[in-house]
Design a binder for this molecule. Structure first.
Ligand code: HEM
Length: 316
């Protein structure tokens, strides 16, 4: 893979200690003239102006302090300033949209967890409390509830994009496999979350879902037993679904999204199938100094018939 040129980082975002010193005589003055700060006595700044200047530089200084210790700017520059293939279009935003939906789910989920009680007797009333009494509770609950459907729709669209663009082929097979696991985990989140309000609809829908799992070959019955956490759907089922929904699956999703993103950055994205690959511009071999010495009429690599690529020469 060709090495990407590092983009120039604007001076304004580089902390002062890391900035390149200006070349002598180049500090905004035309050649041959002394810099203005040498001609006139420096202007005295008031304490307020100095404070303002320090205040303005403070965030950049703080970032510089962190960066000197983490050396993260090289990694971030490489990650954020990537070249993308020709023909990249709106369909390529579906992965980021799925990521955004996940972040919304994680954020709203944290706020819901502050008020939700995972108990068979209190779950329903705690959701009613969130919707009716907690400030913005109905909004946050609504975002989480509808957001789950949005994420499921987006993940399928993203999978469709990668499938129809052939992005599952070499060398991205592993990223496809990670994607499949992410799809299963996302569906698990949607399924386990559905039971949490513990109302009539979620209760009966979960029984249907658990029974469907039970029909799977070999592992099906074990899976449905594991999910039900007892002979009947009840309080232990709710606790189990809550632990899976809150701890197990989000942790796995975060780790896998990290691996997925690493591979996207490492391998780059696929060009759309209708964009033809360009022939690499092969430098023609350097010909001997004496023109015509090798008998093919080349002088310094230029062929007599003008063909630029090896193997393209015709017999004519
Ligand atoms: C939580 C779920 C997921 C998130 C957050 C996510 C995120 C992303 C992002 C941001 C990209 C790069 C931009 C793009 O191509 O859209 C990407 C690429 C990719 N994703 Fe996902 N993805 C998820 C699920 C999936 C699933 C379910 C599959 C397939 C089964 C999949 C397969 C791929 C592949 C093969 C690429 C490389 C695309 C290419 O090279 O053009 N991803 N993903």
């Amino acid at each position: 893979m060709p090495k990407l040129r590092k983009p120039k980082i604007p001076d304004a975002v580089v902390p002062p200690p890391l900035r390149k010193p200006a070349k002598p005589g180049s500090a905004g003055t035309p050649k041959g003239q002394a810099p203005s700060d040498l001609k006139e006595a420096p202007e005295r700044k008031s304490a307020g102006d100095k404070m303002l200047e320090v205040g303005k530089e403070a965030p950049i200084d703080a970032l510089g302090w962190v960066d000197q210790r983490l050396a993260a700017s090289g990694f971030l520059t490489g990650m954020l300033f990537r070249k993308v293939p020709k023909g990249t279009n709106w369909f390529y935003t579906l992965g980021s949209a799925t990521l955004f939906a996940f972040i919304v789910q994680a954020t709203t989920g944290v706020f819901l967890a502050m008020f939700y009680t995972p108990s068979a007797t209190q779950a329903y009333s705690s959701i009613a409390h969130i919707n009716n009494e907690v400030p913005l509770g109905q909004l946050v609950h609504g975002m989480h509830k509808w957001g789950s459907s949005v994420m499921v729709i987006l993940i399928f669209l993203h999978m469709g994009r990668t499938f129809f663009f052939g992005a599952y082929k070499y060398p991205r097979e592993l990223n496809w496999v990670i994607g499949v696991v992410l799809l299963i985990l996302t569906m698990t989140m949607a399924f386990t979350g559905y039971l949490l309000p513990f109302d009539q609809r979620s209760f009966w829908a979960s029984i249907v879902g658990i029974n469907i799992n039970g029909t799977g070959p070999v592992v099906g019955p074990y899976l449905s037993d594991f999910l039900r956490a007892g002979p009947e759907l009840g309080a232990t089922t709710l606790s189990r679904f809550y632990a899976i929904h809150m701890l197990l699956v989000p942790g796995a999703i975060i780790a896998l999204i990290g691996a997925h993103m690493y591979l996207v950055v490492k391998l780059g994205t696929t060009a759309p199938p209708w964009v033809k690959a360009q022939r690499p511009k092969v430098a023609a071999p350097v010909a001997p100094l004496e023109a015509g010495a090798n008998g093919n009429g080349r002088v310094n690599g230029n062929r007599a018939n003008g063909s630029p690529v090896d193997g393209e020469e015709t017999s004519a």
